[in-house]
Ligand binder design. Structure first.
Ligand code: PMP
Length: 281
């Protein structure tokens, strides 16, 4: 990813892609307290750009720091990066991190740095419907980690879970939380269709995805009942359809979770089409 043409917005300046570098002693590299975003570009525009910039701010606040650029400044910088890199479609990756001013666990006294990169990125999975493996790694309790923050450090669980699932021949992992409840995939939220209704875990131990909220809205507009509640793995046997939502994965049908198999059902297909129409509108 580091050896390509293009520009990256780096602390207020556009810098050549290959020169957007940091020192090996940056605090966030050692302690995981960077926060990041992922947004998609459709027809040259970033879908829900302001929501993503706002979440970057909220994520940093949950880790007790401030992104040094306002939401408006981040929005403008993102538009500039997308235009300068001539992207009609693709992905935006903003990141805020704490600098190399100190090496101790305390981040007091470090400077907060910000970058925004944008690049082409097609479908997240090769498969039309994916197979998930339940991970042995659990989402931590809200008393152990700020689950609502899109914080780099929280992704060690996701990377471990995903790579174990890939090694076992699955496309992704489904994570349970510290109580053993259904939570989310490693980069996407989970929905089950049960008796024609949409059921999804409450956001206590997950990232409350922007796509998740968008798809719940689309479902309600279609007259579907949407239920956010505590959910358990036994319910996977009762679901008629399962899908994931996320900026990168969009609305992604799930063909199987462990031994449970699912068709690409009518509700998943309808929401997939509604989402595709909305992002391109
Ligand atoms: N959960 C996790 C762990 C994620 O990384 C993502 C992707 N940001 C999501 C859920 C979905 O969030 P969104 O719809 O905002 O992309």
């Amino acid at each position: 990813m580091d050896d390509r043409d293009g520009v990256i917005w780096f602390n207020g300046q556009l810098v050549p892609w290959r020169e957007a570098k940091v020192h090996v002693l940056v605090h966030s590299l050692h302690y995981g307290n960077a926060v990041f975003e992922g947004a998609r570009i459709y027809n040259g525009k970033v879908f829900k750009l302001t929501e993503h910039s706002q979440r970057l701010h909220r994520s940093a606040r949950m880790l007790a720091y401030e992104v040094p650029y306002s939401v408006e400044e981040l929005d403008a910088a993102t538009r500039r990066v997308v235009a300068e890199n001539r992207l009609q479609a693709g992905y935006v990756r903003p990141l805020a991190w704490r600098g190399a001013e100190t090496i101790g666990v305390s981040a007091v006294g470090t400077k907060v740095h910000t970058m925004i990169a944008a690049f082409p990125w097609g479908a997240y999975y090769e498969q039309k419907a994916i197979r998930l493996m339940t991970a042995r790694w659990k989402r931590p309790s809200p008393e152990s980690a700020p689950a609502g923050s899109k914080a780099a450090g929280l992704y060690i669980i996701c990377t471990l879970a995903k790579d174990e699932a890939l090694a076992a021949g699955f496309q992704d992992a489904l994570m349970l939380d510290y109580k053993g409840r259904l939570s989310e995939a490693t980069g996407a939220n989970l929905f089950l269709v049960i008796n024609g209704e949409l059921h999804t875990p409450t956001p206590e131990t997950i990232l409350n995805g922007i796509t998740r909220q968008t798809v719940m809205d689309l479902a309600r507009r279609r007259g579907l009942k949407v239920v956010e509640r505590e959910m358990w793995p036994e319910e996977l046997a009762r679901a008629s359809e399962v899908f994931l939502t996320g900026t990168a994965v969009e609305v992604q049908p799930v063909a199987a979770v462990d031994q449970h198999e699912y068709p690409i059902g009518p509700i998943t297909q309808m929401l997939q089409e509604d989402y595709a129409a909305l992002v391109r509108a």
